[in-house]
Design a protein around this ligand. Structure first.
Ligand SMILES: [Zn+2]
Length: 88
């Protein structure tokens, strides 16, 4: 699923306001120290596991990927749990 520029910016603003994660909140990327992060323009999907431990798409959830613009250090966030932004 493609994210609009507005959705990407809203997510980045939301994370800057609601997390204290290194890098996003201005401490710098934990891998390279740069402070410029951006949101990947499309969501990805993390599969879950069935009770038997098998890979299950039904147990998974959509993820937004936030990357350091310098070294591509990546963080993922479950967008199904972020009610403040409409991801469609
Ligand atoms: Zn970095």
């Amino acid at each position: 699923m493609q994210l609009s520029k507005e959705q990407q910016q809203k997510l980045l603003d939301h994370l800057k306001t609601n997390t204290s994660l290194s890098g996003i909140a201005s401490d710098g990327c934990p891998a390279c120290g740069e402070q410029d992060f951006h949101v990947q323009d499309r969501l990805c999907y993390m599969p879950g596991l069935s009770p038997e431990g098998e890979v299950s798409l039904e147990k998974g959830f959509p993820q937004a990927v936030v990357l350091c613009s310098s070294c591509s250090y990546s963080l993922t966030f479950n967008v199904a749990a972020i009610d403040e932004i409409d991801f469609g």
